[in-house]
Design a protein around this ligand. Structure first.
Ligand SMILES: Cc1ncc(C[n+]2csc(CCOP(=O)(O)OP(=O)(O)O)c2C)c(N)n1
Ligand SMILES: [Mg+2]
Length: 542
């Protein structure tokens, strides 16, 4: 008779889950025993990196990914990026070993006490099978739960003595739908309100890019003839940012966001929450008299919106259906497409800001890299204080080519870029990956660059060394909170750290040197880390 491990590995094979992203411990060795040759284990040196590499890989391949960590210890270490995966809506199956069932009652060393509680609230489903024979079925249910909308991470706690137990196979393989269609009558109501609006406006969210829906998003915007904003702090770009209808990113604050929507009477938000706010800046949610319509496949987003009328449904299916209904309502077409002057300053860039201390500014560095990057390069960003500058000089013009966190949890972007590069290799697209990161952010999951070295990934990491947590200084100004300690980062030698993990690395403080280092980065079979000293600015928060 087969055992639980045989049946489970066969199921994982059939589900396409043949890559483990993880960091092992004693409670996992019985699972990993006689690791089959058609599986691979991508080792990360810390669980925060393991799960974010998996998140990047899942986003780049469009398929769920498997994460294996060590009992409570590993589960505790994945928590920040588990929250990240949940908000990114990335389907992940996170497993943690558990101590031997025989001893669990007395809680031996490394017991994951209340294992399923630990992963909540960020795991969509957290489970420890009640019987060893239920392990394969639990994986199937985990897979189905992770991919159904809203997609997200799930968690399994797996006692280490389950794997050798007898188990009848094969496991049942099931399929489920990954998209949920909008209610037709309500959609027609939305289309009617938009078609009767005197000045409609569209606000698109990351779900459109996740659903591979740029063409549907463009078709609907052009049919309606309305400007398109990106929802605040987007984790992916939903619309071509060089399109004449593109208006820019909405600010993540109540009052300032409302001001951007003035002059419109009906707004439609698709594939985002209403809204991702950050600092509290009071004001009305919407301009006087505006009607807000909202489409999301996430019932928590449709429930927690403070204003507006929501419709539960897949962003891309809804946009396609809306275009159809709009065509029926206005068979002769709408008013002529009003092509807006580009609102997203400054496309194409004006000369970037310069500093008066002789150091480069973040904007100058971004502009230099943007000008000479390969046209199909992927941008991964975790650069808190200079993110607005990055968006301003670097319009995203191709689908699935911009990635950031939806969560605000630092330590996601560096490992995610490693997973994205692995995913690009896996799919054969092989687009080059550029990761731009603050010197503070670089420290949280730094060991992920070792995984990039081991897998010969020619990622370019650009670390902006301002020697501070600049965005927290901006926040302190915004909150009128002088005298906050612990916002400076002296004495970090980023080049030595990067070399220590096996990367090529250099400290470069002029644009010519940066340009020539860039040209070389993609000819290598290892990552390059560029430490770029920049002027320590404290820009306004909003
Ligand atoms: C895990 C985690 N810890 C702490 C923070 C708080 N935090 C937000 S931004 C930031 C500083 C980022 O510094 P850096 O990457 O150097 O970017 P800069 O602001 O200098 O551009 C910190 C510590 C966070 N968001 N996530
Ligand atoms: Mg910094």
């Amino acid at each position: 008779m087969q055992n639980v491990r045989d049946v489970t590995f066969q199921l994982l094979r059939e589900l396409g889950l043949t890559t483990f992203f993880g960091n092992p411990g004693s409670t996992e060795v019985t699972f990993l025993k006689n690791f089959p040759a058609d599986f691979r284990y991508v080792l990360a040196l810390h669980e925060a990196s393991a799960i974010a590499i998996a998140d990047g890989f899942a986003q780049a391949t469009g398929r769920p990914a498997l994460v294996s960590v060590h009992t409570a210890a590993g589960t505790a270490n994945v928590m920040g990026n588990l929250m990240g995966a949940s908000l990114n809506k990335t389907p992940l199956i996170v497993t943690a070993g558990q101590q031997t069932r025989e001893m669990l009652l007395m809680e031996p060393w490394l017991t994951n006490v209340e294992a399923t509680m630990l992963a909540r609230p960020w795991a969509k489903w957290a489970y420890e099978p009640v019987r060893a024979e239920d392990v394969p079925g639990a994986f199937m249910r985990a897979f189905a739960t992770a991919v159904q909308p809203p997609a997200g991470p799930v968690f399994l706690s797996l006692p280490l003595d389950d794997w050798a137990k007898p188990c009848a196979g094969p496991a049942v393989v099931r399929t489920v739908s990954r998209r949920v269609a909008p209610e037709r009558a309500r959609l027609a109501e939305f289309a009617k309100a938009l078609s009767e609006a005197s000045s409609p406006v569209l606000i698109y969210g990351a779900a459109i890019d996740r659903g591979n829906g740029w063409s549907e998003a463009v078709a609907f915007a052009e049919a309606l003839g309305a400007p398109v904003w990106s929802a605040p702090l987007p984790e992916r770009a939903p619309f071509p940012e060089n399109h004449p209808l593109y208006a820019g990113n909405l600010p993540p604050a109540i009052g300032p966001l409302c001001q951007k929507l003035e002059a419109h009477d009906v707004a439609l938000v698709v594939g985002a929450s209403v809204f991702r706010y950050y600092p509290y800046t009071p004001g009305p949610y919407l301009p006087d008299g505006m009607r807000l319509l909202h489409i999301s496949d996430d019932p928590t987003e449709t429930s927690r919106a403070p204003v507006g009328d929501s419709l539960l449904g897949d962003a891309v299916l809804s946009l396609a259906a809306l275009t159809e209904v709009l065509g029926e309502l206005r068979p002769a077409g709408g008013k002529a497409l009003e092509r807006l002057a580009h609102r997203m300053a400054p496309h194409p860039p004006n000369p970037a800001k310069v500093s008066d201390d002789g150091l480069l500014t973040a904007a100058q560095v971004f502009e230099a890299i943007h000008r000479i990057r390969p046209a199909n390069a992927i941008l991964v960003a975790e650069t808190p204080s200079s993110l607005p500058d990055l968006h301003a000089v670097w319009p995203i013009t191709e689908p699935a080519s911009f990635f950031a966190f939806a969560s605000g949890v630092l330590g996601w972007g560096l490992p995610a870029s490693v997973g994205i590069a692995l995913g690009e290799r896996e799919t054969g697209r092989n687009r080059p990956v550029i990761m731009i990161i603050g010197d503070g952010s670089f420290q949280y999951s730094i060991q992920s660059i070792w995984t990039a070295v081991q897998h010969h990934l020619p990622i370019l990491f650009v670390v902006l060394r301002n020697g501070e947590y600049a965005v927290l200084k901006s926040f302190a100004v915004h909150e009128d909170s002088p005298g906050v300690p612990a916002l400076d980062l002296p004495g970090i030698d980023i080049v030595s750290l990067a070399k220590g993990y096996g990367c090529d690395a250099a400290r470069l403080d002029d644009l010519d040197a940066i340009r020539s280092a860039l040209a070389k980065a993609w000819t290598k079979s290892k990552p390059t880390v560029l430490e770029v000293p920049i002027s320590p600015e404290v820009p306004p928060l909003i």
